[in-house]
Design a protein around this ligand. Structure first.
Ligand code: KG4
Ligand code: ZN
Length: 365
């Protein structure tokens, strides 16, 4: 089965071609630079950029995969949750392609796609026509750099899945393939939002998560003690706005700290340690309570080096298998959309009507 998938829920315009569990191509045009000027994603600008970039991105995906539109068996897109106008661009374009080709169309929940991205891994030997990095104009970047991504669901086992991104933080029990139950989510800020907002307080550019990660590598995580919100709460919910507020007060009370490069690194490491400790301990606790043997993690924050390291340590200590989404699949991408929809079609999940609408507030349950 060959699918073309679209993802435009936030600030990445992405299209991918998936065939029989293999990601033949994954093209992404990121808008990070555009939104950095404004210190966060501007929904109206995001939608306009999607409109501008979608066709070159789709062309890149088809071209890299060596697939003609007539060879497609199905079309997939993110239906929600996300920014309404951004979702609309990719979702309606995908429906139009499905209509024109008279092929089945499936709209999916963005978070459900994240749940299965850790089962896609990179194979070093190319299994399909070599993709390599391809830049079209100055914006579109092909994704199959240095190898091909293949989904392996034969290895699937029940797991606790952590999704940590700029908009969401949640723990999900994935009982069998395509059957899951959300155990908890953030009651206020998401983990990525906490990285971004505390970074902004320190004067770091948006998005601050990767920069805090980089600076923290040379900082002392024990230099400053920040709260670990809801760490000792028996539930699976998260809360990060209190941590952000405590960093705000800390900076107010230590005004000179931002002039000292080493103290800034220590501050980054200390904030990161608080976020990571909460994410790791709550994930492990949920895995133990639900008697699963496997932990998975995905979403932009899963790129964080300390989170990857600490999850690996904790899973090793507790005897859990750990599957982390590959770094290029942590951020939003259409490859995970295509892989999920292919699984759904193989499991005979009903297709989505061509006149169905986006679901910007679609909550995964
Ligand atoms: O999943 P994503 O690309 O987009 C959505 O929010 O859906 O996640 C973006 C978030 C941002 O908050 C960004 O700061 C954070 O992921 N992030 C990181 C790192 N890379 C991205 N946070 C901490 N460390 C990183 N290395
Ligand atoms: Zn996402």
């Amino acid at each position: 089965m060959t699918l073309l998938a679209f993802e435009t829920s936030c600030d990445e315009t992405s299209a991918a071609v998936v065939r029989d569990g293999r990601v033949l191509s994954s093209a992404i045009s990121s808008q990070i630079k555009l939104h950095a000027e404004y210190g966060g994603v501007v929904p109206e600008l995001a939608a306009r950029e999607h409109l501008r970039n979608l066709i070159p991105v789709v062309q890149t995906a088809l071209c890299e995969a060596g697939v003609q539109p007539g060879q497609l068996d199905a079309v997939a897109a993110t239906q929600g949750p996300g920014l309404p106008m951004a979702l609309l661009v990719g979702f309606k374009a995908a429906q139009a392609v499905a209509f024109a080709l008279r092929k089945p169309f499936v709209g999916i929940n963005h978070h459900e796609a994240h749940l299965y991205s850790p089962w896609i891994s990179q194979q070093s030997a190319p299994l399909a026509p070599p993709g390599g990095e391809r830049v079209v104009g100055d914006r579109v970047r092909g994704g199959n750099v240095g190898g091909f991504f293949v989904a392996d669901f034969t290895a699937f086992q029940p797991n606790i899945s952590l999704i940590a991104s700029g908009g969401h933080t949640m723990l999900v029990l994935v009982e069998t393939e395509l059957k899951h139950r959300v155990l908890g989510s953030t009651v206020d800020d998401a983990a990525g939002e906490c990285f971004d907002k505390t970074g902004k307080l320190m004067g770091l550019p948006y998005p601050a998560g990767p920069e805090i990660d980089r600076l923290a590598e040379q900082g002392n995580p024990k230099a400053y003690d920040f709260p670990r919100p809801l760490l000792n709460d028996p539930g699976d919910d998260f809360s990060f706005s209190g941590l952000k507020t405590s960093v705000r007060y800390f900076l107010r009370d230590h005004p000179g700290i931002l002039d000292d490069a080493q103290r800034v690194r220590d501050l980054c490491a200390s904030i990161q340690a608080a976020i990571v400790e909460v994410l790791v301990k709550k994930t492990i606790r949920a895995a133990k309570r639900n008697h699963v043997c496997c932990v998975t993690a995905s979403g932009g924050v899963t790129s964080n080096s300390a989170l990857r390291r600490e999850l690996a340590r904790a899973c090793e200590r507790e005897g859990f298998e750990l599957r982390l989404a590959g770094k290029s699949l942590c951020k939003d991408n259409a490859a995970m959309v295509g892989i999920l929809v292919e699984r759904k079609l193989l499991h005979h999940v009903p297709v989505t009507e061509l006149d169905s609408e986006i679901k910007p507030g679609w909550v995964l349950t």
